[in-house]
Design a binder for this molecule. Structure first.
Ligand code: ADP
Length: 193
């Protein structure tokens, strides 16, 4: 099972990806998680990415495409993967097409979680509160200023990715405003169909 989850920040991609990981036994490939790990480890990629991520901007296509190109070839991704947070620009979607063609891989589904933009900031603030309550550290970009930039990036750079897949008839849309359970059921029925 190879799939892409699309949707704005706070849409619930991570929550649903975790469930799909369990259901299908395939890894969640989150470019956000991978970049945060690189920042934490202080790798050259992490050093280049940190400032732009903290401000809510997008890391260069070259960096994220390189990360994904390596990651999909790891042994644990042989039976499939869930792409979460990638592709985030049309250039990344094109690079992914090339990568898939080169490696003989094919996507099973591209699913977009549609959410009301007004709900997103509240979700991010809630995530920050829950993280603090659990004794964790809030993401450097989970604050209103960086969030505003992330949403702008989404509108300008990532919404066209949905249009890119929709124009080929390969985009499936799910109502991300529904309950977590209902979203899971909607995704399951797309994957079963
Ligand atoms: P969210 O889904 O909450 O927006 P992510 O964890 O997916 O956040 O990503 C956090 C940050 O990592 C992004 O704001 C961006 O700076 C960087 N990032 C993640 N994926 C990509 C990507 N595909 N292209 C460019 N930057 C990315």
């Amino acid at each position: 099972m190879k799939l892409i989850l699309l949707g704005p920040p706070g849409a619930g991609k991570g929550t649903q990806a975790t469930r799909l990981v369990e259901k299908f036994g395939i890894p969640q490939l989150s470019t956000g998680d991978m970049l945060r790990a690189a920042v934490k480890a202080g790798t050259p990629v992490g050093l280049r990415a940190k400032a732009v991520m903290d401000a809510g901007g997008l890391v260069s296509d070259e960096i994220v495409v390189g990360i994904i190109a390596d990651r999909v070839l790891e042994p644990d991704a042989r039976n499939g993967f869930i792409l979460d947070g990638f592709p985030r620009t049309v250039a990344q979607a094109r690079a992914l097409d090339e990568l898939l063609a080169r490696t003989g891989m094919k996507l099973d589904a591209i699913i977009e979680l549609k959410v009301d933009e007004k709900a997103l900031l509240a979700r991010i603030e809630n995530r920050a509160r829950e993280t603090i309550a659990a004794g964790g550290t809030v993401r450097a970009d989970d604050n209103p200023e960086a969030f505003k930039v992330r949403l702008e990036q989404y509108r300008a750079q990532t919404a066209p990715v949905s249009a890119y897949y929709a124009s080929r008839g390969s985009l499936k849309t799910v109502d991300g405003m529904a309950s977590i359970e209902a979203v899971t059921r909607a995704i399951d029925s797309i994957l079963a169909g």
